[in-house]
Design a protein around this ligand. Structure first.
Ligand code: 3PG
Ligand code: MG
Length: 437
């Protein structure tokens, strides 16, 4: 049977010892300090699997725009079903009060389609309907419970131990043998459904979590060189913190800053970027960001590369200007051709490329050139390439190059935190659990 393996592989996985009401992996921690699915024999076991299928929602139709994050969660679900576990999925979508806080039945339909096997949606989380459905599961079956954020304390930021005494964890934990966390996109959050169960149950990272942590840790800590990190998007303040951290590392060779962030950098260093662009930049540029940008350029200017020209919106049409010739009221919407060519050169010479944030306003055809050109250069290069963040991925899907990237991360905020070298609450909780069980 697939995944269950022969004598040999069950040995490398570690036998399971009955202990108290649950079980522990009696030997072997096959992840980097945490358990993986290799450490447990899940046949016939009740498994609670936390996934991150939080997806973009169309504001008008309130339907999912795209199922790519759902698709990335499938591998672990499929493996558990193949290995005859009784699987209950928990997940979130949006936040209560926001338009994208919609029920998960469409997500279940996507999963059913991708898996070719039924994932039944149960519109209850902690009530009798949910508990009956959990208890009635047969081997190889899978259900998805109601949005965990329907539970009021779901988003409280607490420790695993504190969350372990919440109603959600106290109600569900006793019904399961194993908790699996595959929600890498949420691994920067210390929420009840993400860390609470690890305190009470043997816990493992899912396959996506395992792969994301391993791949991204390598890219951020030990990239093949030359390494090039490309930032775009509009969040200058956020990008700055990450760029500062990266610039200090010897293993980082080039940092290319496009998008509004690139022009914000120039502006912070006294360059005129046009009044309209300036207004946009100012919204996300606190005083300390301006000071930070100056400091960064003076210390690490040789590895940070900024736009030398721009695609400007002149009554809806694209016009290009060199940076020192921008009109006083310029509205910059893309990087210009000279910048594109310069950045393409860095890309073609790199062995590792990481990109987060689109280089321009790719949604508008006139201003899609920078994004499309750089993406094409990346997927046509020899480099190991990583794309992260929801907007960049949506752009790559639009230009049909998403499959050309070596690695697509499901992380947005999680990715950022990992890049900063900060600890990840979900990974820490899995590690603490591995010491216990
Ligand atoms: C995300 O999409 O960023 C993750 O699913 C986390 O969601 P949150 O930002 O609402 O916590
Ligand atoms: Mg988020």
């Amino acid at each position: 049977m697939l995944g269950e393996g022969s004598e040999d592989s069950s040995c490398s996985r570690g036998a399971i010892a009955e202990e108290g009401r649950g079980w522990t992996a009696s030997k072997g921690i096959s992840g980097n300090g945490f358990h993986t699915l290799d450490d447990f024999d899940v046949r016939g076991r009740k498994v609670l699997l936390r996934i991150d299928i939080n997806s973009p929602v169309d504001e008008k139709t309130l339907r999912l725009v795209d199922g790519s994050k759902i698709r990335q969660s499938i591998a672990t679900v499929r493996e558990l079903m193949d290995r005859a576990a009784k699987t209950t999925l928990i997940a979130h979508q949006g936040r209560p009060g926001d338009y994208d806080y919609i029920p998960l039945n469409e997500h279940a339909a996507f999963m059913t389609q991708y898996l070719g096997r039924r994932v039944r949606y149960v519109d209850d989380l902690l009530g009798p309907q949910a508990l009956r459905a959990v208890d009635a599961l047969s081997e190889g079956e899978c259900i998805l419970l109601k949005n965990v954020r329907s539970y009021e304390g779901a988003q409280d930021k607490k420790t695993a131990e504190e969350h372990a005494s919440s109603e959600m964890v106290r109600t569900l934990a006793p019904r399961f043998d194993l908790f699996v966390n595959d929600a890498f996109g949420s691994s920067h959050r210390s929420h009840a459904s993400l860390v609470g169960f690890t305190y009470l149950l043997p816990s493992a990272a899912g396959r996506l979590m395992e792969r994301e942590v391993k791949t991204l840790t390598k890219v951020f800590q030990n990239p093949s060189r030359p390494s090039t990190f490309i930032f775009g998007g509009t969040k200058f303040g956020d990008a700055l913190a990450v760029i500062e951290k990266l610039a200090e590392r010897d293993s980082v060779d080039n940092i290319l800053v496009a998008g509004l962030a690139g022009y914000a950098f120039l502006w912070a260093n006294g360059v005129n970027i046009g009044s309209i662009t300036e207004k946009l930049v100012e919204k996300d540029a606190p005083q300390e960001a301006i000071a930070g940008a100056k400091r960064l350029l003076s210390r690490h200017g040789s590895k940070i590369h900024l736009p030398v020209d721009a695609g400007v919106d002149v009554e809806g049409k694209r016009m290009e200007f060199d940076i020192d010739r921008l009109p006083a009221d310029a509205s910059i919407k893309d990087i210009g051709t000279k910048t594109i060519e310069e950045f393409e050169e860095f890309i073609s010479e790199s062995k590792t490329i990481f990109l987060s944030g689109p280089p321009g306003v790719f949604e508008k055809e006139e201003f899609a050139k920078g994004t499309a050109s750089l993406f094409n250069a990346i997927v046509n290069s020899e480099a190991f390439s990583v794309i992260g963040g929801g907007h960049s991925s949506a752009a790559a899907v639009k230009f049909k190059v998403i499959d050309g990237f070596s690695y697509q991360s499901t992380g947005g905020g999680a990715l950022e935190r990992l890049m900063l070298g900060k600890s990840m609450p979900v990974v820490e909780a899995l590690k603490a659990s591995a010491k216990k069980f």
